[in-house]
Ligand binder design. Structure first.
Ligand SMILES: [Fe+2]
Length: 138
């Protein structure tokens, strides 16, 4: 069973955002699988790097979409993103400095909480403001 299970409940209806959210679930599950299987450090490092890069790129794109849609709570949402980014950066430095004692489970639990919590609450709040531009995925 996947560590974080994707379902249609997570869909915002925006094709690009949903594609990226799905990608994040896939990367988190990939990391979880590798840790569980005791994969080589180099293989885990590849996923860690991909995940951190993906998070940053995703926030930037999501903020652009919200800006374009004229989402009134954009500043609050951006703040939430910066906080999440701060945590990701903390874990990233921790991993780079001392990979041998990196708390993978804590990192995975943080990612799971964010993916299920932030998407369902903060991300869903902008859905009514998204433009109906033919990219609906629901
Ligand atoms: Fe978000």
């Amino acid at each position: 069973m996947a560590f974080v299970e994707w379902s249609d409940d997570f869909k915002t209806g925006n094709r690009d955002i949903d594609h990226e959210h799905w990608g994040l679930f896939a990367l988190v599950n990939d990391l979880s699988d590798k840790i569980e299987m005791g994969a080589a450090d180099s293989s885990i490092a590849v996923t860690m790097e991909a995940l951190v890069g993906y998070v940053e790129a995703h926030f930037e794109r999501e903020e652009g979409i919200m800006r374009e849609a004229g989402y009134p709570d954009l500043p609050t949402h951006i703040e939430a993103h910066r906080r999440l980014e701060g945590s990701v950066q903390f874990f990233k430095s921790y991993y780079e400095d001392t990979p041998e004692i990196f708390p993978y489970q804590e990192f995975l639990d943080f990612l799971k909480g964010w993916l299920t919590g932030h998407i369902m609450k903060e991300d869903m709040a902008y859905v009514p403001f998204l433009n109906d531009d033919g990219t609906d995925t629901k």
